[in-house]
Ligand binder design. Structure first.
Ligand code: REX
Length: 425
């Protein structure tokens, strides 16, 4: 599926991606009148990933405290993977780009796709009150379905209190099984953060309620709907929702949680129910599947165009005006003018990034097997720039020595093929 999509990337599609990258922040991607308005200097397809740059970022991520880190770029020239460090500190096994891991909040994008398909089927309306479908659940009839998907409901995030003390908080829920209602009740015990619709405030509670909507409207568990609507059609053989099972089956990376106390040993957090997150964060996947999923989504293969337009209609999440949230989807505007769409994830032991260009033709999946280590997460996010913006000139980076940059520029990316992707179960 990936290859055929790449082959379909015509000059026109590349131009569209350039134009789309220049669209205003608050509008869906209606192309501006002339491509000259585009912020991207070269057609998107012409920017080769800076693989040395990606390797450097992965090494920085290890230096910041991750046992291992891995990135997988796919684009018109195929797949490139880079891995550093270990995926298992006990056996010393090297990080493997094919390995499965916990994707945390990237699950929110899966949940959004299911819900928006249900909107297309006429089973609910984006601007209808949540209480219309889940009678009496929320304390305010003004909270709409769209408010959940945009993190504008004002429902507080119960995970802040739950994980105030990182390791004790984690150990207290590692094997617990919550009902959705119990999680919503935890949130409702806390004051709401905003009036409905007023401002963006990230909260896992929103996507717990999304899970409740999916189950109510389909009369199935979310696992069934993820499988039927996304996992099977896209052939995502490494992707699953196994709540409340605690194991990651098959070839997988171990996750290592940093305790709050400096110098305390890492905690192997691989096994847990993730019941505290469920439809907000409990899926398992690998880099290949995440890339296939995000490319298919942005490429228009999972949603009707009006729903995809709604999903990519973004508002800023911070003052930098480079980071945005739509419906269960983020957009980052990179230094070269390219905008990328996707999601991030944090679950104990794993940081994830999966982002793709507007046309789905290029994507970057990155994972580090650690968490509660902000500097490692920030370092890992640094993979986006070399992946989508390519090599920076020495003047632009100001970091590399001129001789190193010259060597790097002279070396074209090695013709690397992806490792064979066998499905260990
Ligand atoms: C929970 C605490 C983090 C993690 C969280 N995760 O809300 C959701 C998610 C599912 O993926 N969100 C991220 C723990 C931000 C996203 O959308 O990108 N932190 C850890 C603590 C802090 O325990 N005391 O770092 O593992």
């Amino acid at each position: 599926m990936r290859l055929s999509l790449d082959r379909r990337l015509t000059v026109g599609a590349a131009l569209f991606a350039v134009v789309a990258a220049a669209a205003p922040a608050t509008a869906a991607h209606a192309a501006p009148a002339t491509p000259s308005a585009a912020r991207t200097a070269a057609p998107v397809s012409a920017v080769a990933p800076d693989l040395d740059g990606i390797t450097q970022v992965l090494q920085n991520t290890l230096a910041a405290g991750a046992p291992g880190a891995v990135a997988r770029f796919t684009g018109p020239d195929g797949v490139r993977t880079r891995a550093e460090g270990v995926q298992d500190r006990t056996t010393g096994a090297a990080m493997d780009p094919r390995s499965r891991f916990r994707i945390g909040s990237v699950t929110k994008t899966f949940s959004t796709v299911v819900l928006l398909q249900l909107v297309s089927e006429g089973k609910l309306a984006l601007d209808a009150p949540v209480n219309q479908y889940l009678t009496g659940l929320l304390p305010d009839d003004r909270i709409t379905v769209r408010h959940l998907l945009t993190h504008r409901s004002g429902l507080s995030d119960y995970t802040n209190a739950m994980f105030d003390k990182t390791v004790p908080g984690f150990e207290a829920v590692r094997n617990r099984v919550f009902s959705y209602q119990e999680l919503v009740d935890l949130s409702l015990k806390e004051p709401r953060t905003t009036e409905p619709g007023v401002s963006y405030k990230y909260s896992n509670t929103n996507f717990v309620v999304v899970g409740m909507l999916i189950e109510k409207l389909t009369k199935h568990g979310v696992a069934t709907e993820y499988k039927r609507r996304i996992i099977k059609p896209l052939g995502l053989t490494n992707t699953s929702y196994v709540h409340p099972d605690t194991a990651i089956k098959g070839r997988h990376a171990h996750g290592y949680l940093h305790p709050d106390e400096a110098g305390a040993p890492l905690v192997d957090s691989t096994e847990q129910t993730v019941s505290w997150a469920q439809s907000a964060g409990a899926m398992i996947s690998n880099e290949k599947d995440l890339s296939t999923f995000m490319s298919a989504l942005l490429g228009g293969r999972l949603l009707k165009s009006d729903m995809l337009d709604a999903m990519i209609t973004m508002t800023p999440t911070d003052a930098t005006n480079t980071r945005f949230y739509g419906l269960g989807l983020r957009r980052y505007d990179l230094s070269c003018g390219t905008s990328v769409y996707g999601h991030t994830g944090t679950v104990q032991g794993f940081y994830t990034y999966i982002f793709t260009t507007r046309d789905g033709s290029r994507s970057l999946a990155a994972m580090a097997n650690t968490s509660n280590r902000g500097q490692a997460n920030t370092a890992l996010g640094g993979t986006l720039e070399p992946a989508f913006c390519g090599k920076k000139t020495p003047a632009a980076t100001g970091l590399r020595s001129a001789s190193k940059a010259r060597t790097a520029t002279a070396t074209t990316a090695p013709a690397e093929v992806d490792l064979p992707e066998r499905h260990a179960r």
